[in-house]
Design a protein around this ligand. Structure first.
Ligand code: DP6
Length: 360
């Protein structure tokens, strides 16, 4: 399959105006996406847990305009006009226009809100872009005679990827793979797919408590960070390693081998940040408190035999991952020992979820 598969045939129905609402979750990668080629094609496959509580809810209103020159849209966050979101949406519209040829025919109002605190440093691009992609697919669906549900989700993921790579892993399923991997049937560089292999029940209700270490704007965006993988001295080895880690993780997921899960997930997180530190120019997104938390987790594990572990995305916040049966003990540990390292003592309790939901 190539990109052209997602270019629609001429639409059969005409619609003057309408409104759709979708909620879509954030996700946290276990094997990380870091490095991309042209057109948002990942350099390596990645896999993530879909989150349940950290979501974006987006309502898209659309009405036919007189002239179809240029894109016409406004963006609102929590009811307030947000013009600084416009360049990102404009870039997204340009990238997806060939796949959604109606984009210039309508004026759009995009109203969005997050269930997690704004500027918490939690990436909202995954939930935000996937929610918007779903709303746009609802428009396409209204303009089309028939649109299979599986295709609807697949194309939403394809479009979300063009908005933000990791967003394509937020559509459907508790574990999602994006990027071609030889042992994962159906995996693709163009969209995320539900992880198709056997998963031990221990992972079905896994917990993720997100410790908000630094809520400020990142000094280096993910997009710039990905760019620095071009010509990076360790890039090719890293891409190979991600393939190997995904193969190894498949066995870990099937067996429920938590010790191996811990080492693989933590190693992936530290490798991601090692890539940042060895880029040129180099940069560090972890903060002193990130390291304090990591050390506390290591000590706690040593002392108690707990299977709690951490992962990081492109920022200073720490995702604390643990099985449901350790919830009480780990939450006590977080409250007693880790909250002190969070900005304003803030953290978010989440757990593995199942993907996007249509609201209206
Ligand atoms: C570190 O998806 O935010 O979270 O495609 O440029 O929008 P763009 O990047 P983005 O990168 C996220 C990378 C990561 C790891 C991951 O989620 O796999």
């Amino acid at each position: 399959m190539t990109e052209t598969y997602f270019i629609p045939k001429p639409y059969t129905t005409s619609v003057e105006s309408g409104c759709f609402t979708w909620s879509s979750p954030s996700n946290i990668a276990l094997v990380k996406y870091w490095g991309k080629k042209k057109n948002q094609i990942p350099e390596n496959p990645s896999i993530s847990f879909t989150l349940n509580e950290c979501k974006t809810i987006t309502t898209l209103r659309f009405s036919k305009k007189q002239h179809s020159e240029g894109f016409s849209f406004e963006v609102f966050l929590d009811g307030k006009q947000q013009d600084d979101f416009k360049p990102k949406v404009e870039t997204f519209f340009k990238r997806v226009e060939v796949y959604l040829p109606f984009l210039k025919d309508y004026h759009f109002t995009i109203e969005t809100s997050n269930t997690f605190p704004h500027s918490s440093g939690i990436a909202s691009s995954a939930s935000g872009m996937s929610a918007l992609a779903l709303c746009l697919m609802s428009v396409e669906s209204a303009l089309s005679d028939t649109l299979e549900e599986a295709f609807f989700i697949q194309k939403a993921s394809f479009l979300a990827r063009l908005g933000s790579g990791s967003a394509c892993r937020s559509l459907e399923g508790d574990l999602v793979v994006w990027g071609k991997h030889e042992a994962i049937q159906g995996s693709s560089n163009l969209y995320g797919v539900k992880y198709p292999l056997e998963v031990n029940t221990i992972f079905k209700d896994f917990q993720d408590t997100i410790l908000l270490v630094d809520k400020g704007e990142k000094q280096v965006s993910s997009t710039v960070g990905h760019g620095l993988m071009h010509g990076h001295p360790f890039a090719q080895e890293r891409f190979k390693q991600a393939h190997k880690n995904l193969t190894a993780l498949s066995e870990v997921l099937q067996k429920g081998d938590l010790d191996s899960f811990v080492s693989m997930v933590e190693s992936e997180a530290l490798t991601l940040h090692a890539m940042m530190m060895t880029s040129m120019p180099y940069f560090i997104l972890m903060k002193p408190n990130t390291l304090e938390i990591i050390n506390k987790i290591w000590n706690f594990r040593k002392e108690t035999g707990s299977k709690v572990c951490f992962t990081l995305d492109a920022g200073a916040n720490v995702h604390v991952l643990y099985p449901f049966n350790e919830k009480e003990v780990v939450l006590k540990f977080i409250q007693n020992e880790l909250v002190a390292y969070c900005q304003n003592g803030q953290y978010i309790c989440d757990q593995i979820g199942f993907g996007a939901n249509k609201i209206e």
